[in-house]
Ligand binder design. Structure first.
Ligand code: AMP
Length: 403
């Protein structure tokens, strides 16, 4: 079975075609700068790379170009688009409507549209991707895999804010959590690697990328997660502030005469590691400056690691113990410095990493010391594979085939 996985952002479409017999990637790439000058598609297949400069006025055109590349006469990886058995779409926000991956049909599409405003920066583009596929690949099953659905198992005390209750009833204001596909994938993968059913484990999974979140997983289910109503809450991130006193934006808005939109932009795009260091949102740049002795870069990393440690402590408490701590995503997979800073002086919680084993980038590996009570692992995330697996699982369960 061959599955096309699409992840549509505001100006980009990331894609992969996977052959699910061996779960290998046949082609992958990125259409970028959609709707902007200088748009292009970077297409990778069979160890080759093609860069196509092409006008991409909208997502539909981008997906059309991608599909043409997949069936290109000379170096296409498919003979025909009919080889695509189904499409798996990453959808950021499924609200309280979608507890699990869902097939697109008239009813679910209508319900998805109702969730559009919950994630105005993401869902409209995810929907555009679905629209494009419905028209370019008619008869091919489309599956939506939600970033939020893994967290729908959180208990009410974890997902409700101490705000007027009618805001929840009227506006659905609550914690939803994100990166669910990643937290789900690494939790299952690590359980497989240590040879225990995930249902028997207490896990804390740290997805540390440009966006960062941390999840407490008990019996295979998300019981709490750091991102909230939006992906702004929780850990310090590349450009996002994470947890702050909610009074601060109100005070600064008044003092500096800033609009809600401008404040939103500052909290999402000018804060975090970038805001503190004044250097970059990329951890590589900040780590380099910190090594050269830049005090603000050093402080930014310290604040980042401190926040992760604080959450580990909190989740340890609510889980009532911990079996495995997992690091994943760009920083979690590739930064030995951050992993060391997070795990430093955590022996009292039974967390001890082996500093030599920790000196690795992007490898699936156990990095805890032999005498560590808690196992610590690096598990490179694979959201595309997870989306493809979910897509197959669902169409097989429903007995659906392409028409
Ligand atoms: P992601 O959002 O998961 O793609 O992660 C992207 C982030 O990972 C980038 O912003 C970088 O800050 C970080 N990153 C990638 N490679 C490294 C590395 N070798 N060391 C530290 N951070 C890295």
């Amino acid at each position: 079975m061959k599955i096309l996985v699409l992840n549509c952002g505001s100006s980009s479409v990331k894609y992969q075609v996977l052959n699910m017999e061996k779960e290998n990637v046949l082609a992958k790439g990125l259409a970028e700068r959609i709707g902007l000058k200088g748009s292009r598609v970077v297409h990778q297949f069979n160890d080759s790379k093609k860069i196509i400069d092409v006008d991409l006025p909208n997502h539909k055109k981008a997906i059309e170009v991608i599909l043409n590349l997949l069936v290109d006469k000379e170096d296409g990886v498919l003979k025909s688009l009919k080889e695509i058995d189904a499409v798996g779409h990453r959808v950021v926000h499924g609200g309280e409507t979608f507890f699990e991956s869902t097939l697109v049909n008239d009813d679910t599409y209508r319900k998805l549209k109702e969730c559009e405003n919950l994630a105005p920066l993401h869902n409209p583009y995810n929907i555009q991707g679905i629209d494009a596929c419905l028209s370019l690949l008619p008869g091919t099953p489309q599956v939506m895999v939600f970033d939020t659905s893994f967290h729908q198992t959180m208990p009410k005390e974890a997902y409700l804010y101490a705000l007027p209750y009618e805001w929840y009833e009227k506006f659905k204001i609550r914690r939803y959590g994100f990166h669910g596909t990643s937290h789900f994938y690494v939790s299952r993968r690590v359980a497989e690697l240590i040879g225990k059913p995930v249902e028997d484990l207490k896990l804390i999974t740290c997805h540390l990328g440009n966006g960062a979140s941390i999840t407490a997983i008990k019996g295979g289910k998300s019981v709490d997660t750091s991102m909230g109503y939006t992906p702004l809450e929780g850990l310090v991130m590349g450009t996002r502030c994470g947890d702050i006193d909610p009074a601060i934006p109100l005070i600064i808005m008044e003092k500096e005469n800033i609009s809600p939109k401008e404040m939103d932009n500052i909290l999402n795009k000018k804060s975090g590691i970038l805001g503190i260091s004044g250097i970059s949102n990329d951890f590589r740049d900040v780590e380099e400056s910190a090594e050269r002795g830049d005090p603000k870069a050093q402080l930014a990393l310290k604040i980042f690691a401190y926040r992760v440690r604080k959450y580990i402590g909190a989740y340890y408490a609510i889980l009532g113990g911990l079996d495995v701590l997992v690091f994943t995503a760009g920083v979690g997979e590739r930064s030995p410095i951050i992993r060391r800073m997070v795990c430093e002086n955590m022996e009292h919680l039974g967390i001890k990493i082996d500093l030599e084993k920790n000196e690795v980038k992007g490898e699936e590996r156990k990095i805890s010391a032999e005498d560590s009570k808690v196992q610590v692992w690096i598990i490179p995330t694979n959201e595309e594979l997870m989306i493809a697996r979910e897509t197959i699982r669902l169409i097989s369960k429903l007995g659906i085939q392409r028409r």
